[in-house]
Design a protein around this ligand. Structure first.
Ligand code: ADP
Length: 370
């Protein structure tokens, strides 16, 4: 490329850009095609006019302050509002550069303009969208809290009459057994076991209502190994009587409250014990896979297994694949899901009938661990 070719190309490039050259006082001396496209005024219309008058410039601070900064630093950058020839207002990001005047004459200013009107509109829309989302999240949080409070009060109030009824049936069975025939005793035993089941259900509903509370713990690191040990301690009797062998690989630190993680492990372990295969020594293996920001924990058992069509349903409250044959409330896994979801993770199952099940849950990982 020859020197003159280069100069032509550069002149073309400048002409396409939104650049104007003006005297320090504002008189336009040079007005590109780019400026015509941006503001609607042609070079003939703009030359010799005061650019601030022509474009009805609105300054963010007094213009004298901007000019003082320009003189002191040789340049100024900022956002200005300009009016297009057709009356539209545009938000313009400007860059002013001072060109010292020759032989004592007044300096000139090279002014470069970028239209940020649509970017600003998009930012405003995004801000409004974020604001709406924040409001919705707050409302959801509030209604969740109300629901939890309702469940807490309801289960508390339901417990009292059940406790009385259980106490009275016990009294009947011990003090008045002689007055009851075989049939009466059978009825009493059934009432007693129904009441026991109802009390268990209420406990489970209460645990479920309170489960999510405070599960989220952005600053709270919990050693998953410690939470597992606490869950095993709580289930010591069940583990011993069933002869369950539990093996765990080293586990990471997770961003969840310790009580919530313990309850999660406890529900999964107690299911693994409950849904064991007859005549197969129960075994549970726990391991973890670390990803960048989260870890996935696997709790694998060698129990009865679950059919594929139940993989999602079992995480819903009161969904029991085993019905009344095995003791339970049908709430344990729903509680697990609530805990994990509230802490920002996911839970799912993979299983083969007659072979065993693997429950997986992912949770945000503490930055320092693993
Ligand atoms: P519950 O055990 O009280 O019935 P859960 O919510 O803990 O309630 O479990 C829901 C259902 O999922 C259970 O009824 C059972 O059929 C099935 N299930 C849960 N864990 C296992 C498991 N480890 N092996 C086989 N089935 C399971």
């Amino acid at each position: 490329m020859t020197q003159s070719e280069l100069q032509n190309i550069l002149a073309e490039a400048v002409d396409r850009s939104n650049i104007l050259i003006r005297h320090f006082d504002g008189t336009v001396e040079y007005w590109t095609n780019g400026c015509q496209r941006l503001y609607g005024w042609s070079a003939d219309e703009a030359l010799g006019r005061n650019s601030h008058d022509l474009l009805k410039t609105k300054f963010p601070v007094p213009v004298a302050k901007i000019e003082a900064e320009l003189l002191a630093n040789g340049s100024w950058q900022g956002d200005l509002t300009h009016q297009h020839k057709d009356g539209r207002w545009l938000l313009i990001s400007t860059d002013w550069a001072l060109l010292p005047g020759e032989k004592g004459s007044a300096p000139r200013v090279i002014s470069t303009h970028t239209d940020i009107t649509s970017r600003l509109a998009m930012e405003r829309e995004l801000d409004a969208g974020n604001q709406r989302l924040r409001q919705m999240a707050e409302e959801l949080e509030r209604s969740n809290e109300e629901l939890e409070e309702f469940a807490r009060i309801a289960s508390h109030d339901l417990s009292a009459p059940i406790t009385t009824a259980r106490w009275l049936t016990d009294l009947l069975a011990t003090r008045h057994a002689q007055q009851l025939d075989q049939d009466g005793m059978t009825c009493l035993r059934q009432i007693s076991s129904s009441l026991e089941r109802m009390a268990d259900l209420i406990d489970a509903v209460l645990a479920h209502a309170l489960a999510g509370k405070g599960a989220i713990a952005a600053q709270h690191e919990t050693d998953a190994g410690d939470a597992l040990s606490a869950a095993m301690e709580n289930l010591r009797l069940d583990i011993a009587t069933s002869g369950t062998v539990i093996e765990s690989a080293p586990l990471p630190k997770l961003l969840i409250r310790p009580q919530a993680l313990t309850q999660l492990f406890q529900n999964l372990l107690s299911n693994a014990i409950k849904y064991r295969r007859p005549a197969v020594p129960p075994k549970v293996e726990i391991s973890a896979v670390d990803e960048i920001n989260q870890s996935t924990i696997e709790v694998r058992d060698n129990g009865v297994g679950i059919e594929k069509e139940w993989f999602e349903r079992i995480f819903l409250p009161l969904q029991r694949r085993h019905g009344a044959r095995v003791k339970g409330s049908g709430i344990g896994l729903a509680t697990c899901k609530k805990i994990v979801t509230r802490a920002g993770g996911e839970i799912w199952v993979e299983s083969e009938l007659g072979v065993g099940s693997a429950f997986y849950f992912s949770l945000p990982r503490a930055p320092t661990s693993g």
